[in-house]
Design a protein around this ligand. Structure first.
Ligand SMILES: *Cc1c(COP(=O)(O)O)cnc(C)c1O
Length: 406
């Protein structure tokens, strides 16, 4: 095996565009280049027909009506539209939103903006597996609550929340339920209507489609949900999102949805097999900790902490030849530990020692074998050089050591 071969195990950050998707998109750049809103000539009709097909393919994947799909520039925009759009539209009913501490920044920062605008937001804790507490959720709902926003599957751990139970609570209390389902759509079967989800954000580039296109599902009946548009202009997408449609992107998104639907069952089995082998082999290393919930998670993700091995340093041992994410986010000059892992109760050290490994459609058995070899060797190398590891092996209680301040 060539140790310099690049291996991509960061499919939760983005996925490669499937060549079949690219092929479907190509004619929409040069041949069918029309504006889908041009109603009075064939150039517009062709573009519109491409968009219509894609809307049906995407609606079909999640079992909703095509008229319930609002195209956006991605999940970030869809999250913003759902949260800010509901806050504005339902201002007369209340101003309170409930979400989770482990949400994506697109949701958390939209909620922060809501607070600046005079709204109230409750950020619920999760347990040490990353799961919401349903009693706490229910208790947090007041007569001012208009929206519960809880993600389907977490981007760092793959943990899947109890969506049906959350949907039932929201239905009982008469509040809208929004979910950022970016990490789940196209990977596992899901049906927002069955789960009681009224608004759902997702994006093409996490499901083998192109970047820069996403969607918000907005329930049309029982209840009829509306969001105030956040981009004003030509009134596209039923007035909820103005702007000329990204026709090639949308066509690619549709093709990506159709491929996911056709291949999901087999593919999720294949990926969970690869993931389980990767995880089992890496957990044979001493002092490796699993982060998340083994019972409730996506089939292609694992998140592990390698005690006393700093994740970013570990990645350097394999020259970053394996594309993975560590639990340290580079924000400005400092390395912040992942707030998601901190919310699960990890200390800063274990959060900094974590790797997220996320598999995808183009990963092979050989990729997994090579990753196991290189990561295991990297951990060994880092620990061989580490005085902390040496102290730990000598049985010194590191928590009791008084480190001198410099
Ligand atoms: C990637 C991601 C987003 C952002 O999606 P974009 O289309 O890149 O804006 C939002 N939420 C979650 C959970 C994600 O994983």
């Amino acid at each position: 095996m060539n140790p310099n071969k690049l291996i991509y195990l960061d499919n939760n950050a983005t996925t490669p565009t499937d060549p079949r998707v690219v092929e479907a998109m190509l004619p929409y750049f040069t041949q069918h280049f029309g504006n889908a809103a041009s109603r009075n000539h064939p150039f517009g009709w062709e573009a519109e027909s491409g968009v219509d097909t894609a809307r049906e393919q995407i609606a079909d994947l999640i079992n909703v009506d095509p008229r319930e799909i609002i195209f956006t520039s991605g999940a970030t925009e869809a999250d913003n539209l759902a949260i800010k759009g509901v806050f504005e539209m339902y201002a007369k009913k209340g101003n309170h939103i409930i979400t989770l501490k482990t949400e994506h920044k697109a949701v958390l920062d939209s909620c922060k903006k809501i607070e600046k605008l005079g709204g109230a937001v409750t950020y619920l804790d999760v347990n040490n597996e990353g799961l919401v507490n349903l009693e706490e959720l229910e208790a947090a709902i007041t007569d001012k609550t208009i929206l519960v926003s809880i993600m389907f599957a977490n981007n760092e751990t793959g943990v899947i929340q109890p969506m049906k139970a959350i949907g039932d609570i929201c239905a009982k209390k008469g509040v809208l339920f929004m979910s950022d389902a970016t990490q789940a759509v196209g990977k596992i079967p899901l049906d927002p209507k069955e789960l009681g989800i009224h608004l759902m954000a997702f994006t093409a580039h996490k499901m083998y489609g192109p970047k820069g296109v996403g969607a918000l599902f907005v329930n049309r009946k029982n209840p009829r949900v509306k969001v105030t548009s956040q981009l004003d202009g030509g009134g596209h997408e039923r007035g909820m999102r103005s702007g000329t449609l990204n026709v090639p992107g949308i066509v690619g998104f549709g093709k990506a949805a159709a491929l996911c639907k056709a291949e999901m069952a087999e593919e999720s089995k294949r990926l969970s097999g690869l993931r389980d082998r990767l995880e089992a082999e890496l957990m044979k290393i001493e002092e490796v900790y699993f982060n998340g919930s083994k019972e409730n998670r996506m089939p292609h993700v694992t998140n592990l902490s390698f005690k006393h091995v700093e994740g970013e340093g570990l990645m350097m041992t394999f020259n970053q030849n394996i594309g993975v994410s560590s639990g340290s986010a580079c924000t400005s000059a400092s390395l912040e530990p992942s707030y998601v892992l901190i919310a699960l109760g990890l200390g800063d050290d274990l959060a900094h020692s974590s790797l997220r490994l996320s598999l995808g459609r183009f990963n092979t058995d050989d990729d997994v074998t090579a990753a196991i070899e290189q990561i295991s060797a990297g951990v060994q190398h880092m620990r061989d050089l580490s005085p902390i590891w040496e102290m730990y092996k000598e049985g010194i209680d590191l928590d009791a050591v008084e480190w001198s301040e410099h």
